[in-house]
Ligand binder design. Structure first.
Ligand code: ADP
Ligand code: MG
Length: 698
């Protein structure tokens, strides 16, 4: 039996541990500084650092690291040991406040989008005391922000923290207008649902594409896929179960509220959801969760794939970002209550979200844009690339009634008749779920569903926090000092909803009709990453970031460049991997198989002239034709990679070239290969098949 409450957060230097280990005065000063967002005095930091070090050493640590999230999308760490030479020629274990507060990793190899020339290698990490330090292996990890010598932001945490501050400031302003002067803090909360695949390690090792790029670049469909929907919520297999058990335990030790786990739609696909927390912690925890998912899979002879689309023709993996706002007095600002039509405060916050999402569709879209996620968005199983909002029937009627100045009365939840006496009566939600919407209101939170499984959740949340803060700030400007506050509020709500109603869509987002309808409504349909990222530096977007002190114009340009550069690198790597596989493995093996077939024909003919060889001959002809096509596609891909580099100096064009040309040739090369795979004997095919990969874990 495992005692969950006892192990929970045992590897975290959290409030409880601090209270226990810090002198009372230090603890109080520390808490005050955090609450008021003030920098910590070095003398206090020294005491905290020393207590942290003693605690970490007891947990078996010899090293510490500033743990940060550069623009690579993964977390980075540089380990230093606690040792300091002592006078006697031995060592003592030391960790100072200065080392806790600030680090100086050599930053020259982290992406900076031209902000920092390599000769200015200096980068700083700064302690984020609002996210607890924790122990991982033999290392004390200290969550930090990362910036350049010139003070430019080089990471994902700093802008996230800034956006939280903005949102807090503006939401509190609004609440004070509603007379809620006891509210001093508003937080954005996030619960990210994380999807992933588990496959057998040994099979994975035999696929270069999975090893180098995280997804299969070739592979014909397996006869059994997800057509029976028998995997979704199915019984969890023993090997997966023991993996999940260990994963949960490790997550709990790190204070991560891992709560829900189940099988997903695709074979070998699963989901984990934690209980929501404030978005800064949620982002750190999600990074840690992904890291642990991978590490623990290895121990169980499996590999965890976090790629957004590891298998063609099989559902990809996403991450649902459940987002809400709550006050330090315990109120969820997105809770409509029984009568949303009468809840002016709720309607005002709702209007702010509606306005923000409509005005900055492009920012939300580009915040989830990656080479991997492009294979999902707009596909049948993932939300469309068009950003729209689902409010549900009840709320949509409220909105319509407000716009049309009509009376409306909500019905609230109704009881559901289960038809069997032994079953309890259950309350039915006022609206069913709409799985096709990228941004859905789900009762008391918004669920942004366009995120790919591998994404760091910071970026979409920076956008969400900022666009809503900006809208609230405009609202507060307008409402402050109004004599008839309620009336002014109502007017503002009506005007806002009327202006932005085009973003609200309750229908099926997967249909072609919606694409046309969205175009008529003037909504953006940014199909690819380069198309989306082009808008990062639009004037209105830079103005938004500057106005809210999230990014400078320079930082926005740098970010766009980093993301485009990353896009090019990923597709380039995929193309090179494909060429390697095509030339060295697929072509020679298919050729060998046709050779073997030809030998069979010859041998049969030697026995007698009348023996039929039509089937073999037809197959030889088919495969030979495909091999010609295959080798022509190889040549085209080779040429295009060379041609692409001509655009090297214009990163937007460079990315567009990869998107428009290289990707489609890769698709073609794959289609030919997959057809060859279907008619090549298994023993000649150089890689484990989709069937083997997807059904390998029992
Ligand atoms: P489903 O798969 O049905 O959408 P799950 O229970 O798997 O739902 O996940 C829902 C996620 O939403 C969880 O991470 C949960 O903690 C989170 N969540 C619930 N309420 C809120 C809220 N008020 N704010 C933010 N996240 C929330
Ligand atoms: Mg969900």
């Amino acid at each position: 039996m495992i005692d969950v409450p006892a192990i929970f957060a045992q590897n975290v230097f959290d409030e409880e541990t601090m209270k226990e280990r810090l002198p009372e005065q230090t603890y109080a000063t520390f808490c005050d500084a955090i609450k008021n967002g003030q920098p910590l005095d070095v003398s206090v930091a020294n005491v905290v650092a020393d207590a942290m070090k003693d605690w970490a050493i007891e947990k078996g640590c010899t090293h510490y690291t500033h743990w940060f999230q550069p623009m690579t999308g993964v977390t980075a760490e540089k380990h230093d040991s606690f040792i300091t030479p002592s006078d006697s020629g031995h060592v003592i274990m030391e960790f100072s406040g200065k080392e806790l507060i600030k680090g100086e990793p050599d930053a020259s190899s982290f992406p900076s989008g031209g902000i920092r020339a390599t000769f200015e290698a200096r980068g700083y990490t700064a302690w984020d005391p609002t996210s607890y330090a924790f122990v991982k292996g033999d290392t004390l990890c200290i969550p930090t922000a990362f910036m350049s010598y010139t003070g430019d932001v080089l990471d994902k945490k700093t802008p996230l923290l800034r956006s939280m501050d903005r949102l807090n400031h503006e939401a509190v302003r609004i609440l004070h207008l509603f007379g809620k002067t006891d509210v001093t803090r508003v937080n954005a909360n996030v619960g990210p649902e994380q999807e992933y695949f588990l496959i057998d390690r040994e099979l994975y090792d035999r696929r270069k594409d999975l090893r180098y790029t995280g997804r299969t670049l070739f592979g014909a469909r397996s006869p059994k896929g997800q057509q029976l929907d028998d995997h979704y919520f199915g019984a969890i297999k023993a090997r997966v179960k023991s993996y999940m058990k260990e994963l949960n335990e490790e997550l709990w030790k790190l204070g991560i509220y891992s709560k829900t786990e189940h099988n997903e739609v695709a074979p070998a696909q699963h989901e984990l959801a934690p209980i929501y927390t404030n978005v800064n912690i949620a982002a750190d925890h999600n990074q840690l969760t992904m890291e642990l998912m991978k590490r623990i899979a290895q121990k169980h002879g499996m590999v965890c794939l976090l790629h957004e689309k590891p298998f063609k023709g099989v559902n990809g993996s996403g991450k649902h970002n459940n987002w809400s706002l709550s006050t330090d007095t315990g109120e969820n600002l997105l809770k409509p209550g029984k009568k949303p039509e009468e809840n002016t405060q709720f309607l005002l916050f709702l209007s702010a979200v509606v306005k923000g999402v409509d005005e900055y569709q492009d920012l939300l879209r580009l915040s989830v844009a990656t080479a991997g996620n492009d294979h999902r968005l707009g596909g049948d199983e993932a939300p469309p690339a068009i950003i729209s909002m689902f409010l549900g029937d009840d709320l949509e009627q409220v909105v319509e009634a407000i716009i049309n100045r009509e009376e409306y009365e909500s019905h609230g939840k109704v009881m559901m008749d289960t038809g069997a006496e032994v079953l309890p009566e259950i309350k039915k939600d006022t609206t069913d779920r709409n799985r096709t919407s990228p941004f859905a209101f789900t009762g008391n939170k918004f669920e942004f569903r366009s995120l790919g499984s591998a994404l760091n959740i910071s970026c979409p949340n920076i956008m969400l926090n900022t666009i809503v803060a900006d809208a609230l700030s405009q609202f507060a400007d307008e409402l402050e000092g109004k004599e008839n506050f309620e009336q002014a509020c109502r007017r503002l709500i009506r005007r806002t909803l009327k202006k932005h109603r085009r973003i609200i869509f309750n229908g099926d987002g997967y249909t072609d009709e919606w694409v046309e309808e969205a175009e008529r409504r003037g909504l953006m349909n940014l199909r690819s990453t380069p198309e989306a990222l082009k808008h990062y530096t639009d004037k209105k977007n830079i103005a938004l970031f500057e106005r809210n002190h999230i990014f400078s114009s320079r930082e926005v340009h740098a970010r766009a460049e980093i993301l485009l550069d990353n896009y090019v690198k990923i597709i380039n790597l995929e193309a090179l991997t494909m060429l390697d596989m095509a030339k060295k493995d697929i072509f020679p093996n298919v050729s060998r198989f046709t050779g073997a077939l030809s030998d069979t024909v010859k041998a049969k003919r030697a026995v007698s002239d009348t023996i039929k060889v039509d089937a073999e001959v037809a197959l030889i002809e088919k495969l030979s034709g495909l091999l010609e096509e295959f080798s022509a596609a190889i040549a085209t891909l080779d040429d295009e990679i060379v041609a692409a580099s001509k655009h090297r100096n214009n990163i937007q064009r460079y990315a567009e070239y990869y998107c428009d040309h290289v990707l489609s040739t890769m698709e073609h090369l794959r289609a030919v290969s997959d057809e060859m795979e279907m008619c090549t004997a298994s023993k000649y095919w150089p890689y484990p098949s989709y069937g083997e990969l997807l059904f390998s874990v029992q």
